[in-house]
Design a binder for this molecule. Sequence first.
Ligand code: OTU
Length: 650
Amino acid sequence: MYEQVSHSMLNDILIELEHDIKDKNLQHFYIRLGANFYAIYCLFHQLYGHRPDFKAQMHNLVKTLTRSYAARPQALRKLDLAREKEHDWFLSQKWIGYALYCKEFSENLAGLQSKLAYLQDLGINMLHIMPILDCPKGKSDGGYAVRDFRKISPEIGSLSDLDALVKNLKKRGMLLALDVVVNHTSDEHEWAIKARAGEKSYQDYYHVFDDRETPDMYEETMPEVFPETSPGNFTWDPDMGKWVMTVFNHYQWDLNYKNPAVFIEMVDIILFWANRGADIIRLDAVAFLWKKIGSTCQNEREAHLILQLMKDCCQVTAPGVLFIAEAIVAPVEVIKYFGEDAINAKECEIAYNATLMALLWDAVATKKARLLNLGIKSIPDKLERATWLNYIRCHDDIGLGFDDSDIRLAGYDPRLHRKFLVDYYTGNHQVSSARGVAFGSNKKNGDTRIAGSLASLVGLEAAIEANDPIAIQEAIQTILLLHSVILAFGGIPLLYYGDAIGTLNDVSYLLDEHKQHDSRWVHRPKLDWSKASLRKQHGSIEQKIFSGLKKMIAVRKEISAFADHNNRELLETDNPHLFVFSRFDNINTYSRILVICNFDNNPQQLNIEDLCKKGFFQPHAIRDLHSGDSIEPHDHLIEIPALGFYWLQT
Ligand code: OTU
């Protein structure tokens, strides 16, 4: 939109910039800047318009964008244009993600290159390399306490190692996702050091207080993220002689986005990694970006304004780059991180589907899809140009963030049901074979979350120990069943490293003084490559899981109804063990797929009479696309094997 006030400001800025920028090939940039400037101006004004330095900061922002564009390699500029043409390229069913810790997976970035063939064999084409930046040893939070946002941890490699990896990934048609930890820095970051030394302008980068008066007011309504290891949300810094806000660990200082300089620094950093070849940027802990006394300091409106502004800036400079919102919050809140726009994602194109993840764990424990069926309904339709990241396990814990009223509707008491789940997964329940570990227990409100590897949580560890072939088979089936959901649900499935070979818990973290207090390390093991090579040995556990997943992935890529266009319909059934939904492709092939998942360890039946009447099925021509088998109903009943699933096509 054209508007006089903002546009005349833009003209002033551009005149000033002309002396500065040598690159004369800015045509595409200028067009985008013109298109987005009014939005950028308005958002920046909403956030910072009251400040005397508003105009100067606006200049700084545009300068940052222009310099970043000037530094954007030609090849990436071309990619931006190609993606502009094919604007919903990332909604395709062909994308399969995989998250890994570089050090644990392959020692370093150079080593990762030699493992790409392994990943491609599985069908992976989107790689999320967890944070690789420089962090203080022992105070790293697994890479989320960054000391230098532009320096790769020397243990993991260098910028030129990353460049080489990016080149290799591009050749293979694989996407790269990198983290930018936007909410906080390490307390050893240069800004924190300067703040500690008394530099007021850097103290303004953080939330810093002389006494407890303001912190105490915040604390009245702020929950604790790590109640065991870092209780409270503020830390006393003796050198600075002040309190500093630390929502996560005491060594992670929260950035203060009320300061426009912070916003501009972070945009610059995002664009730095975009220019290095990241296709996707994962924005960590976005729900926490804005703090307000009297609130939980999560999901505040201003946090959304900041993300919109980040997106608008990125669209000008590196429009081909996508954002992932890491917001592990309630469904009605998470959907807002796509941006509240009619069609496009105006904040992040991709968001973690933590709702589905937690509900799946409920289904595994109860062997029923009751809560899953109810909970899925509260996931609102997403915007057209937006998609979910569907996952079973990630590097973090499993939080039981279900809606209490859904739990009641499913027939359980919310408090008792949560307790049952925690007990079930942490080995305090008689019938459970899960081997999880409690995480983040909060004595004040009774909350507990769960850590543990996928394989150990579904009972594989216990089954192997007991040398029980039936239990082993059930655990393998459960691993495949869970993946069948994230591959069929709609969105980008994100596998977690090690899961495709049934990696068990790793308790060695207990021996490391820096890790023993954070049980999430139980599921962040070194990948055992000798175990991985067993995937080639017929009949091994590794082979059964790996080849099962590999086949499923290959089949998914061929089913156009699995692309993500709000083309999913949940089907109610009388059988509480079944999770049933249909996917349809109304764009190309007019095909429909019925996904049926059985969470029980007995075979279960589904009556398809109604579906036949509705014309969904021709009862004699039902085929499971996954196995390729024809399915014969008897008296309109289809039998789904124990812990089995079907992807049925008529
Ligand atoms: C994120 O986590 C990261 O994924 C964690 O690994 C980090 O510890 C954390 O941020 C701090 O950087 O912010 O929006 O159980 O689910 O902290 C959710 C806690 C987050 C994580 C939560 C999460």
